[in-house]
Design a protein around this ligand. Sequence first.
Ligand SMILES: [Fe+2]
Ligand SMILES: [Fe+2]
Length: 321
Amino acid sequence: MLKFVPTPTKNAREGFKLVHISDPHLSNLDNVSWQQLINKRILGYLSWRYSRRYIHRLDILTALIQDLDTARAHHLIISGDLTHIGTPAECMQVSAWLEKLGSATDISVVPGNHDTYVEADNSQTIDLWSDYIDSDTDANRQTDETTFPSLRQRGPVAIIGLSTAVPTAPFFATGRLGHAQIERLAQLLLHTGEQGLFRVVVLHHGPLADSNKFRKRLMDSAQFRSVIKAHGAELILHGHGHHPVKGILETANAAIPVIGAASASLLSGSEIKRAGYNIYEVNTTASGWKLQFQSRSYDEDTAAFKIREELEFDLPASVLS
Ligand SMILES: [Fe+2]
Ligand SMILES: [Fe+2]
């Protein structure tokens, strides 16, 4: 089925399953107008025309969506870069794709740097996906008209969505959270930790010191890590690198997994770069949480996804982090 259908026990406290995909870069620029190719967008357009259109493949993304049936997951997370250069037309394509993919209740999205490629009127671009981005309730929405951090609770999991997506100069793909978002993140981590929820923080850029090359880095990653060290989290998910990443953020009480997903659509001869996605199962234990992780990657010979790696993490109870 070309749709994400959540497994029915969506309020299960035990065995709650998440799937995480990233960087599908699924839009098409065939009909882009030259007026829209201002500033940096012309460079992104040329990159798409001569390279990206051939390596980010819709047939691979479609095979991934079909493979999601095997995961029997309760919720799907998409960590940005759904477009190439973030034009209104691309964002409309993504909006239509999301609506076909499934309900905004079952799918959570944060934007990536390609979705905010240049300064734009958000109401014509990423706000078209707001049903898939916004917090569960008005109480969780931000009073200062910013959307992020978003907070969605599903089963025992608090999904905290951040935006690192800011327009940057040509040849840069950096990200920034900003002081207000980081401050609000601290409050949400504290609040959801006190509720004993399994806190999943989702952002596009990798937040570890060595996550990205200089021109692709998260500018305020040190401030992000300080907040996580102070208030804890159980899992940090990101994309951006187009290859699988397994990192750890050490805090006083825990070793928090920091997991980067491969691109959901990339055709590559390199094993590390080939398309992939990740599945997580969350269970409680006497001392906290058990997190089971499975990474799946695209096999060009069979045009299907298969297991790449499986791991388990034991994490302390949220309130102790
Ligand atoms: Fe990307
Ligand atoms: Fe990116």
